[in-house]
Design a protein around this ligand. Structure first.
Ligand code: AP5
Ligand code: MG
Ligand code: ZN
Length: 230
């Protein structure tokens, strides 16, 4: 299965992705995580991306598209399927993704849109903590770890992302509304969009997403092959 998960910063894309990749045995492809790994590794791309990320701006399309195309063509994505998180974020990225999946002779099965009102997002992001070791996401109030500052999954140290301060978050939310939200209409037109209310308890959101994947006809179609005409 090949899926996208969309939604504004703080909607819960990463949180839901953790449950979804387990449920459907998919590869989680998060462009934000890939950039953070590149920053940690000190690569040239990481250094370039950090300048944009810290301000809450988008990394240029050509950088992101090249990185995603390379990742999706790797064997694990081909064999297990994937859940794309944080990509596409602009119309040129969406068009590039269409071209990439056509070249790989695969189909997109569905697009999950996690819908959360803007006024909820600032608190979610400024209270978020992430495991430095395995990347699991927590919230100091809404999803606290059992032991403060430590990851439940691996015991790793929890940290706050450098773009989770009020100024960067506010810019990220504006950038989302201007550049990414229009893609909702793009995927409605393609009859792929499934809208989920993300303003409810984390497990309730997960149950709704899983149910929608299993019951929506074009998403529950596990046959990824293109029609014979293609
Ligand atoms: P990215 O890492 O993708 O960040 P984002 O889109 O801003 O989204 P977040 O990861 O902040 O939010 P999320 O929806 O994953 O929420 P989470 O589950 O963690 O991108 C970062 C940057 O990289 C971008 O700004 C850009 O610079 C660059 N970039 C990445 N992709 C790019 C692209 N394609 N093009 C160009 N640039 C790109 O949850 C948030 C918090 O809320 C957590 O604390 C969680 O515990 C809590 N929470 C989750 N669900 C609930 C719930 N239901 N109730 C209460 N709390 C909840
Ligand atoms: Mg995320
Ligand atoms: Zn961890």
């Amino acid at each position: 299965m090949k899926l996208l998960i969309m939604g504004p910063p703080g909607a819960g894309k990463g949180t839901q992705a953790e449950g979804l990749v387990k449920e459907f045995s998919l590869v989680h492809v998060s462009t934000g995580d890939m950039f953070r790994e590149a920053i940690k590794a000190g690569t040239e791309m990481g250094k370039r991306a950090k300048e944009y990320m810290d301000k809450g701006e988008l990394v240029p399309d050509e950088v992101v598209v090249g990185m995603v195309n390379e990742r999706l063509s790797q064997d694990d994505c081909q064999e297990k399927g994937f859940l794309l998180d944080g990509f596409p974020r602009t119309l040129p990225q969406a068009i590039a993704l269409d071209e990439a999946i056509e070249a790989l002779k695969i189909n997109l099965n569905g697009v999950i849109n996690i819908d959360v009102p803007r006024e909820r997002l600032m608190a979610r992001l400024t209270g978020r903590r992430i495991c430095r070791n395995c990347g699991s996401s927590y919230h100091i109030l809404f999803n606290p770890p059992q032991q403060e500052g430590k990851c439940d999954n691996c015991g790793g140290e929890l940290y706050q992302r450098s773009d989770d301060n009020e100024e960067a978050v506010s810019n990220r939310l504006d950038v989302y509304e201007n550049q990414t939200q229009p893609l909702i209409e793009y995927y409605i037109q393609k009859k792929l969009l499934k809208n989920i209310n993300g303003d409810q308890e984390i497990n309730k959101v997960l149950t709704e997403v899983i149910t929608s994947i299993k019951t929506t006809s074009n998403i529950s179609d596990y046959d990824d092959s293109l029609p014979s005409c293609c």
